[in-house]
Design a protein around this ligand. Sequence first.
Ligand SMILES: [Zn+2]
Length: 123
Amino acid sequence: MKPTDTLSARVYQLDIVLAADSLIAVGRLGEFLFPAGRYAYTGSARRNLDARIRRHLSRDKKLRWHIDYLLMAEWAEVVNVRLFEDGECAVNQATAGVVVAPGFGSSDCRSGCGSHLKHLAAS
Ligand SMILES: [Zn+2]
């Protein structure tokens, strides 16, 4: 699966570094211990992908999505954003990693991903 830079992209993947182990309450999903390391979060926006990504990069917002709770954590930082023309779940499933918080970002997932956030293996 190759990242794209075309305007037709509807799917994005955030590369996140969590600099320290963090206990984070993810809204109604519950509280999870996120081990320090790299994470990949895969999401989609039907329109205004730019605005969505800018929102993810901003710390001035009302917490709405699961990812908001992680990105507001003291030690979390988005270090890269990739865009894809493939489906959200296909991109997520092509990303090798471990589920830390079951159900994270996948409330409306119909492909059995289990989570749209993955903790990437240390490299
Ligand atoms: Zn999915």
